[in-house]
Ligand binder design. Structure first.
Ligand SMILES: Nc1ncnc2c1ncn2[C@@H]1O[C@H](COP(=O)(O)OP(=O)(O)OP(=O)(O)O)[C@@H](O)[C@H]1O
Ligand SMILES: [Mg+2]
Length: 314
């Protein structure tokens, strides 16, 4: 295993203020102690319901969110410290793709300027060199050269997502944080964008942090996966661990809730759902403490860890 970024005990708590004096009365524990490793050239998936802390984790890795505690280690240094990020040119190596390419691409700028922007921050290229580089990037994402002088609204959602990827790879990054990159797209377009993200990954030896609530998409894309609930990880493992041998009841619930239009045996699928729901009701305390908090992860194999009260729990 060759690690790119190691996240250690990451915490992001937001103060809640209230009352006449606007005092801090409580905190939102958006991310509350997560550990994981993003490997070189691999895709790490973050899955969980809305509000579980996925985007906050992604933003912390991008250096967009002040962390309350923990470390993010890149090339041996803790990049939660701003001066370290600057010194290491971290913002060149770590880029992002957004869910909503319409609002993330500046509508008043031409494609040339949009894609060249990150380049301008880190490299000194002549106009000619810059244009050449943007043309190459357009080619890589399968867009025609005449896109250069167009504006974002002149493209379809899928095409804009390609432009977003071209912009993200412009600086030759090592990691791209992709937060729900295809969830705003039609199913047929989703597959295209995902496949070409994979192609680019191989071409550039890129790593992705792939954030999604869609377990079907995650299965297609991710090598390693963390299942997130209320700012904590309930289970982490390889794709095979998570899909073939889920251990935490929350993971099982997510998996059993995937709509299976294509399953040959609908009855068996329904029966499995009933079984998981029964288990959820009966065995909650094996999985959550009496405040509803997720336990610490326990290692069950080299790749697979689960947050269980004790190893005997099902
Ligand atoms: N700036 C902020 N101030 C206070 N609370 C915040 C802030 N940003 C996020 N939160 C809270 O932190 C929690 C985690 O939010 P986050 O956006 O990371 O969830 P998410 O898993 O990405 O959800 P979604 O699937 O809906 O995108 C939520 O309860 C959210 O309301
Ligand atoms: Mg989010």
């Amino acid at each position: 295993m060759s690690e790119l970024i190691t996240i250690k005990d990451l915490k992001i708590h937001y103060p809640i203020r209230s009352g006449f004096f606007n005092r801090v009365t409580d905190h939102v524990y958006a991310v509350d102690g997560v550990d994981f490793v993003i490997e070189k050239g691999k895709t790490y998936g973050l899955v969980g319901e809305s509000g579980s802390g996925k985007s906050t984790t992604g933003k912390a890795i991008l250096g967009l969110e002040k962390v309350t505690g923990g470390e993010i280690i890149y090339n041996g240094q803790d990049v939660t410290k701003r001066n370290v990020r600057k010194k290491m040119n971290y913002n060149k190596d770590v880029q992002m793709i957004f869910q909503d390419s319409m609002s993330s691409l500046n509508p008043k700028k031409r494609v040339l300027d949009i894609i060249a922007e990150p380049l301008r921050n880190f490299e000194r290229l002549s106009d000619q060199e810059e244009k050449q580089r943007v043309k190459e990037l357009l080619d890589i994402v399968g867009m025609p050269e005449d896109a250069l002088y167009k504006y974002p609204h002149e493209f379809s959602g899928g095409q804009r997502q390609r432009l977003g990827v071209a912009r993200a790879v412009a600086t030759n990054p090592k990691l791209i944080v992709a937060d729900e990159p295809v969830s705003a797209l039609d199913l047929s377009v989703q597959a295209q964008v995902l496949n070409f993200m994979k192609r680019i990954q191989q071409q550039y030896d890129l790593s992705y942090l792939f954030i999604s609530h869609d377990l079907g998409v995650v299965k297609h894309m991710c090598d390693n996966i963390a299942i997130m609930y209320k700012g904590r990880f309930v289970e982490i493992g390889s794709r095979e661990d998570i899909y073939n041998d889920p251990r935490h009841i929350y993971t099982k619930r997510l998996l059993s809730a995937i709509p299976r239009i294509d399953v040959p045996n609908r009855e068996a699928h329904k029966e499995n759902r009933r079984h998981v729901e029964e288990e959820y009701i009966k065995h909650q305390k094996d999985y959550y403490d009496n405040t509803g908090r997720v336990y610490d992860l326990r290692k069950i194999t080299d790749t697979h860890s689960v947050a269980l009260l004790n190893e005997g729990a099902k």
